[in-house]
Design a protein around this ligand. Structure first.
Ligand SMILES: Nc1ncnc2c1ncn2[C@@H]1O[C@H](COP(=O)(O)OP(=O)(O)OP(=O)(O)O)[C@@H](O)[C@H]1O
Length: 242
């Protein structure tokens, strides 16, 4: 089970007919159980890439090969819940075959137990995000796509949710793609960092982190972060820190 990506180019055409190049050469591969983190500046084409990888956009030059008929869990930047359905119904509708025990465990890890019967309009952004995550994990995805799952949350909440996402990813044999522009989140969650240039996105570096997430100490995390910053600032290191 493997995701292979080779996007030569992706362009959008404006209403006035102008062509905007958004992706210009990004190739990488991910194996099952691996978390790939796309790191790049705002507007460089990360969400566009996720839509291509998730099979929602076929209008690009290149090739994406993913497991045939893969179940895909997609968490968009905005939670996209059905407003007239409860939290539990939102999750069950996406994953009708999920058993009660699995759902309870997901709700417990994501601290949603007390909110099963609430409606999306009653939830804070952080809670709605958790519901979107529960829904994505409940389908037992083979390919999991998370677009900025920690954006716009306060630091304490983002840290907690980051740990919960890590807990959910550990031990699952899922190909995961996560987008962030937070270098710290990238290093704490990823197994492979895919660094992108400003728009049009091209691959700056594909950095595997060999130490398992749970064993990464502060010193190693800091070293990898500084390596990333050197790439982003145009001074790539001669030797990989990972
Ligand atoms: N449907 C569309 N039509 C035209 N242009 C688009 C469309 N979708 C995205 N774009 C443009 O493509 C570029 C990349 O957008 P995208 O949302 O993929 O970037 P991003 O890296 O995810 O940004 P952010 O980090 O701010 O979420 C932007 O300039 C955006 O305006």
């Amino acid at each position: 089970m493997r995701l292979e990506v080779d996007i030569a180019s992706k362009t959008f055409r404006s209403a006035a007919g102008e062509q905007h190049d958004v992706i210009n050469g990004v190739a990488f591969a991910l194996d099952a159980g691996e978390v790939g983190v796309l790191v790049g500046p705002s507007g460089c084409g990360k969400s566009t890439m996720l839509r291509i990888l998730g099979g929602l956009d076929h209008d690009f030059q290149g090739r994406v090969s993913r497991p045939v008929d893969a179940r895909i869990g997609f968490v968009f930047q905005e939670p996209r819940l059905l407003p007239w359905r409860s939290v539990e119904e939102n999750v069950r509708l996406a994953a009708p075959r999920a058993d009660d025990k699995k759902l309870s465990s997901l709700f417990e890890i994501l601290e949603l137990e007390a909110h099963r019967n609430h409606f999306p309009g009653e939830l804070s952004l952080g809670l709605a995000r958790r519901v979107a995550l529960a829904r994505a994990f409940a389908v037992e995805p083979e390919l999991l796509i998370l677009d900025e799952p920690l954006a716009s949350l306060d630091i304490a909440l983002a840290n907690r949710l980051r740990d919960q996402i890590a807990m959910l990813m550990d031990g699952r044999s899922v190909i995961t793609l996560l987008v962030t522009h937070d270098v710290d989140d990238a290093v704490r969650l990823g197994d492979r960092l895919i660094l992108l240039s400003p728009r049009p996105a091209r691959l700056l570096a594909d950095l595997p982190i060999r130490t398992p997430r749970s064993a990464r100490g502060e010193a190693e995390t800091a070293a990898i972060k500084s390596e990333i910053m050197r790439w982003i600032n145009g001074h790539p290191p001669r030797q990989s820190a990972s």
